[in-house]
Design a binder for this molecule. Structure first.
Ligand code: MTE
Length: 312
């Protein structure tokens, strides 16, 4: 993001949707989701696409727009710990060991505690959330995530009245990840508590009905569909409730380019390029970017009275 203008993805890299649609086998049944999902974490991770499917409930919050091809979603990534080229994460992230995994939820909580993956999956039934993802670089995708509301996790630790923000810190292991300080590792992100509790905000554990590939942030990542993609911290290990606004990786790296809020806003240009339009991966013609990435009806009230140019 900081380094160069968005490169374009070659059409040859994009696999036709029907090829991947065939592989989608979501069993849309309540209850089963948690049990089957939890069982998966115990299995040996499959080297390529996981053969096992995550059961997930459909969600009324999903878009019906055409979904981006699995291959594009999993080979055109930003995960700078594994390299700054879009193809690097798919090449290098297999080094990340995601089992066992623990997420510590701490800070201003009545019941701070750690969750292993089985415990995370028991917090709420898994849902399929098909969301638009808009990157600040100017491209976008439509991704069928599998996850559950972050609110389910936060409520389990009982946030104190003094908690106003949520900080997310991600895994950093210099043995397998970049040592160069491209960003200030570990990668950190933050949300206001009301944003974190919003029903659109999820922790994703899968996509296209399967466990998340490492390059997409396995085993658990944040997804906040009305914000630029860089808000979606990958491979989360710590979630901290705080009173003060937490620092965030991109804001620390370039405060005039990346603000804390990072709401998708076509009216507020990045200092080096416009945010008025975007190119959906797999399409040629650009399309206009929508305020809050098209989720204004659900989230605009969170920002009532705020100057969104100043709070960019
Ligand atoms: N999380 C970590 N830990 N490291 C990163 O470099 N990049 C962010 C975000 N989460 C990043 C991260 C950026 S810039 C984007 S656009 C999204 O992940 C990309 O998610 P995707 O590769 O699954 O599309």
């Amino acid at each position: 993001m900081l380094i160069k203008r968005p490169p374009d993805i070659a059409p040859s890299e994009i696999t036709p949707r029907p090829l991947f649609d065939d592989r989608r086998r979501l069993i849309l049944k309540a209850g089963l989701g948690v049990a089957a999902g939890a069982a998966l974490w115990h299995g040996r991770p499959a080297p390529a696409r996981a053969a096992a499917k995550l059961d997930a409930l459909p969600s009324a919050l999903s878009t019906t727009e055409a979904q981006t091809a699995y291959k594009s979603i999993t080979t055109y990534n930003n995960y700078y710990e594994f390299g700054t080229d879009k193809a690097d994460p798919a090449r290098n992230a297999h080094k990340l060991v995601t089992r066992p995994w623990t997420v510590r939820v701490e800070g201003l909580a009545g019941k701070p505690r750690s969750f292993d993956l089985d415990q995370l999956l028991k917090l709420a039934p898994l849902e399929e959330r098909i969301y638009r993802l808009r990157c600040v670089e100017g491209w976008s995708m439509v991704i069928p995530w599998v996850g559950f509301p972050l609110a389910a996790l936060l409520k389990a630790v009982e946030p104190l009245g003094s908690a106003k923000y949520v900080e997310f810190l991600t895994h950093y292991d210099p043995e397998i990840m970049l040592r160069r300080p491209v960003l200030d590792w570990p990668y950190g992100e933050g949300l206001r508590l009301d944003e974190a509790l919003h029903p659109l905000t999820i922790l994703a554990v899968g996509l296209y009905g399967e466990l998340l590939p490492n390059q997409n942030g396995a085993p658990v990542r944040l997804v906040v569909p009305w914000k630029y993609g860089f808000k979606s911290a990958k491979s989360i290990v710590t979630i901290r409730l705080t009173e003060q606004q937490p620092p965030t990786a991109w804001n620390r790296a370039a405060p005039n380019e990346y603000g804390f809020y990072s709401n998708v806003n076509p009216a507020v240009a990045h200092p080096r390029w416009s945010q008025a339009s975007e190119r959906r991966i797999g399409e040629i013609r650009k399309r206009p970017t929508q305020l809050f990435n098209g989720y204004a009806e659900q989230v605009a009230s969170l920002y009532q009275g705020m100057d969104l140019r100043r709070n960019f």
